[in-house]
Design a protein. Sequence first.
Length: 477
Amino acid sequence: MSSAVRSPLHRHAATLSPSSSGRNPARAGLTAVLVAALLGGYGTAAVAVGVGDEPVDLQAPASVGGSGATGSVSVPVTPGATGSVPLNVSGLTPGARLPNPDDAASPVTGSAATGDEFRYSVDIAAGSRFVRFDLDSIGDGADLDLNIFLDRPGEESVMWDSQSSASDERVDIPEAPAGSYQVVINTFEGASDFTLTTYVVPSGSGSGTFTATPSTLAGTAGSTANIGLSWASLSWADLPAGTPYLGVVEYGDTGVRTVLTVAPGAVGPGGPGGPVDPGGPTDPDDPDDPGVPPLEVATNQSPPTITGTPEVGRTLRARAGEWDPAQLDFAYRWQADGVDIPGATGVRYRVTDAAAGATITLVVTATADGFSPALAVSSGVQVLAASEVTLTLNRREASVGRTITARIRVLSGDTAQTGAVVVSVDNRDYTVQLGRGGRARFTLPDLKAGTHRVSASWAGTATVAGDESPTARLRLR
């Protein structure tokens, strides 16, 4: 439920640390503050802001953007320490515009003029991973301020604010505590309609599908890796025009997160989430200037795939997936555990020893004249280390009745393997267990005169590929 009340504008004074009292210099300066007196009028409030000197655990962009029902973006991530970093995704969640309490059918939340104040109540459920309040002055005709209060009985109340010189304001609250939030909008100057849109991203899945690839980043301290955020099956059929979806990826327990915004329309020339070029003349005073047409956006309808056997020494092949439109140019980047593989930018990639045990993904960038670049990321495939099975006979030629022994060894690089090998003698199979050093010995059964074929095979493990030895020929007379 929400309600709006008009009242004369009162500015509150606050002592901030670091200093940002009064009007914040930039929209990004969102301040979480503790206040001693709230909701009963604006007096003077002491504000405490924690600023730590802890080392950075991980660096990642605070926000990225994309568009369309299906798509993906690549996100650069730089861990501050070596180790595994789980990528936890929540969402996607569409924005919900607060209705106009005076006219439920109105497309705007309210109409503001200098000195007006509006108050709304928004209930946030427990378990929310991320909450956003977006205030938009239609046409940028008014300078609006946004203040959010949470009164917690028995505890100090909490306030978040965004009071820049811009017309629009935004407050983001990660891991928002449950409660009834009081939203206060002040009109510093000017007049315009406005909308207030809330995004509440709960823990876990939301609309459509939202995934991070890889699901766990094998991070190296100071080394930047690219992860892929992919989404599919989004619909805007029942949403107000232009409403985006929001999702969040959190990087383990580092406290760092990236917010993904997925819009229904085209993205700008600066990439997904950048400003959209609306077209129009480049020189409005030149009547002969035809203007620059807006960029269109390519849509990935089926994600890229990797074909081939993911083993050291084998070749993988890239498939770009299905796109709209069909006539696009594609560039490829192969990644191991989210990190670009040097020189691996072609349709084919021959797996090297360095990739053994890694998860290989394919990043595809689609381009065309008149289109913004679009990214899509494949699912990952794990590379198995190569193995080698060797088999030697103590004799290649002998008389019938002589003892013939096969010696088998299984290695992966310099590492001896364990388990069972299957020795094939003509069309009969015999199972032998590997011993120390990955070795086994097998005495062939009695055989008739003639030429016989002997080989050995090993099935492999979850991380090492199996192999089969070359066939040895035995001649008995």
